[in-house]
Write a protein that binds this ligand. Structure first.
Ligand SMILES: [Zn+2]
Length: 74
């Protein structure tokens, strides 16, 4: 069992989010400035537009944009 330090729920949420991207259109990642503003206010959004905590998971199981974008940066 590989463990890179990320909580299992978050990894599952990321997987679910990538699956969601494949079957949904019309989503767009926030601008860098926009995301920075959210995080400065200690809020964030999931790709389905749910308000979530930074680093959190929305009620539908999607990961917050800050988590998604960080994972895409590698
Ligand atoms: Zn949601």
């Amino acid at each position: 069992m590989a463990d890179d330090g990320a909580p299992v729920e978050l990894k599952q949420a990321l997987q679910r989010t990538h699956d969601w991207f494949e079957v949904n259109s019309g989503w767009a990642p926030p601008e860098v400035d926009e995301l920075a503003e959210w995080l400065a206010d200690d809020v964030s959004r999931a790709p389905d537009d749910c308000p979530v905590q930074p680093g959190g998971i929305c009620p539908h199981g999607l990961a917050s944009w800050d988590v998604v974008l960080r994972s895409l940066e590698g």
